[in-house]
Design a protein around this ligand. Sequence first.
Ligand code: GAR
Length: 216
Amino acid sequence: MTNIVVLISGSGTNLQALIDAHQKGDLPVNIAAVISNRPQAYGLERARLAGIETAVIDHTRFETREDFDQALQARIDACNPQLVVLAGFMRILTEGFTRHYLGRMLNIHPSLLPKYQGLHTHQRALDAGDEIHGVSVHFVTPQLDDGPNVIQAVVPILPDDDAATLAERVQAQEHIIYPMAVAWFAEGRLRMDNGACLLDNTPLPASGFVVDTRVN
Ligand code: GAR
């Protein structure tokens, strides 16, 4: 069974989607631990309710980013995970940390990467007058929100949308595509090779596998 560790900072709805998929038998992993950098993150409660080990590594207690990342790495590695899953983990990671988990750390980001790296992605898509928006799951590399895409879900932007309605439409897709991507990895179907994503030994396009909700 593939051992995974999930890192969170907040509400943990993506964590919940992983827990639900696992409980339904759709995700062949062992969630060894859920680690939060924020003691109050509600996702910790979700983990406890599911009987998953939790840990808090509070970033405010560390002098430097490097010190925090080293403590986090030690805690993660104590679980021997094959995959680290960033699920709303709102920290910029040091290069050493990302290199340590290269090819075995996934992130979910609420935009169609490479568009809108960083924060406030829904408002930025609205401000730009975009007609589509979405979410990406990608392997983590040293550059922020920049690793190769595994899967994207595309949603329409509707005339009356504000950032909240758009976020809700995107998040519904997050909860579908993240368990899919983690399952692919756990089943040995997905890997990163030479900076590209391979699914079933076939290179994926730059967008990754695309789920377009406008046509599905
Ligand atoms: C999700 O929408 C995720 O895409 C986003 O944070 C939210 C966490 O929600 N991640 C990022 O912005 C990463 N740059 P959750 O705690 O309910 O899963």
